[in-house]
Design a protein around this ligand. Structure first.
Ligand SMILES: Cc1ncc(COP(=O)(O)O)c(C=O)c1O
Length: 374
């Protein structure tokens, strides 16, 4: 059997990772400014993360959600405390798409409506329902076309109001910062209006923080820059530092009932131990304020480079827009300077999503290498 060929691959095979670096099978060392797609939050091969997982592996790695699991309870408590969402409830699952799929379903269970609002350039996952709110027709099969979704421009408060005032909108789903779409930041004033409008029209506000959450932007969640609270927040990626785990943070006003949601693997003992280890390291190493400090200074330096058209982002979620497509530049960064970077659907944007432990010296190294390839 061969692999189903859906991924264009970079020509390297990795054998080892440590902190902000990965090593290939030929012994080459790479600076990882991609973080395996914003997943590596606390760094590769973190000793505390490894110890917690190994320890749990020796005890009981898995049992289903039919028994008491105190690690889940502890994870929920710690996540509530660190994120400020202390009163929300947590449902654990396995991937970002699954978290968003559940979030949409929870919203519809709650207010019994079914129409959805999403935004142009959005990405919310690859399940059929999450594709319906993802603004990329290329990803959708005929089966994934739903008639009850309306796409609006980001930051267009007037259009949101017009749609919500019809009274039939179940939920609005929005990324804290659009990642795949090219690092597009919703304005604080827009998020504030969105919050108010959702309250006014009995619409559930879902913040997809799968890429922009878990401290990446220098706050636990990107939408917290706007000082708002969402009804539902979805998390994945950095939550497990590579271990598959995701979650849905649900407002206490949503009532749960047995049978409403379910999953075989979600929140199992090993996954919960991994999730808890990540939160412990984020706190212990103060990685969130670190990400804000390093990332914001880095963006100023990046903006001063000639050849750079714009720099957008917050903390360590950064998009660099060039005057030319980034393909060749990205290739040279990899081949000549051994630096891994990310792309976006916009071919002019290079995405930087490094581990939150990135050091200033590493950010500076990128500046000189980037200047060289530019
Ligand atoms: C904002 C956002 N939502 C959802 C997803 C889907 O997550 P997953 O690939 O874990 O299903 C992604 C993945 O890139 C994402 O960036």
């Amino acid at each position: 059997m061969k692999l189903f060929d859906v991924y264009p691959l970079q020509p390297i095979e990795l054998s080892y990772g440590k902190g902000t670096h990965v090593f290939d099978t030929n012994g080459n060392e790479y600076l990882d400014l991609y973080g395996g797609h914003a997943v590596i939050s606390i760094g590769h091969n973190h000793p505390h993360f490894n110890d917690r997982i190994s320890d749990q592996l020796q005890k009981i790695p898995y049992y289903s959600n039919s028994v008491i699991n105190k690690i889940q309870v502890e994870l929920a408590r710690e996540l509530g405390e660190q994120s400020g969402y202390t009163n929300h409830n947590l449902f654990l699952c396995n991937s970002g798409a699954e978290a968003n799929d559940n979030a949409l379903k929870i919203a519809s269970f709650h207010n019994k409506k079914s129409r959805l609002l999403a935004f142009r350039n959005s990405f919310h996952g690859r399940t059929s329902r999450t594709l319906s709110v993802t603004d990329n027709p290329k990803y959708r099969s005929p089966m994934d076309e739903y008639s009850n979704v309306t796409f609006l421009d980001l930051n267009d408060t007037r259009a949101v109001k017009e749609e919500l005032s019809k009274g039939d909108v179940c939920a609005v789903i929005i990324e804290g910062i659009q990642g795949v779409g090219g690092i597009n930041i919703p304005e604080n004033s827009f998020l504030k209006s969105l919050r108010q409008l959702c309250t006014d029209y009995d619409t559930v506000l879902i913040l997809d923080e799968i890429q922009s959450g878990y401290g990446r932007t220098g706050k636990f969640f990107a939408h917290q820059y706007a000082g708002i609270e969402a009804d539902i927040v979805t998390v994945a990626k950095g939550m497990g530092n590579g271990f598959p785990i995701a979650g849905v943070l649900i407002s206490p006003k949503v009532e749960a009932f047995y049978g409403m949601l379910g999953t075989t693997f979600g929140g199992n003992h090993l996954a919960s131990a991994a999730g808890l280890a990540v939160l412990e390291v984020l706190k212990e190493e103060e990685l969130i304020p670190h990400a804000a400090r390093v990332g914001n200074a880095w963006m100023d330096d990046l903006l001063s480079l000639s050849g750079v058209r714009a720099v957008r982002g917050k903390g360590l979620m950064i998009g660099i827009e060039l005057y030319e497509p980034i393909k060749e530049i990205r290739k040279k960064l990899l081949e000549k300077h051994k630096i891994l970077t990310g792309v976006a659907t916009n071919p002019y944007i290079l995405r930087l999503l490094p581990p939150l432990s990135l050091q200033e010296s590493e950010a500076e190294r990128f500046i000189s290498c980037f200047e060289d390839v530019l």
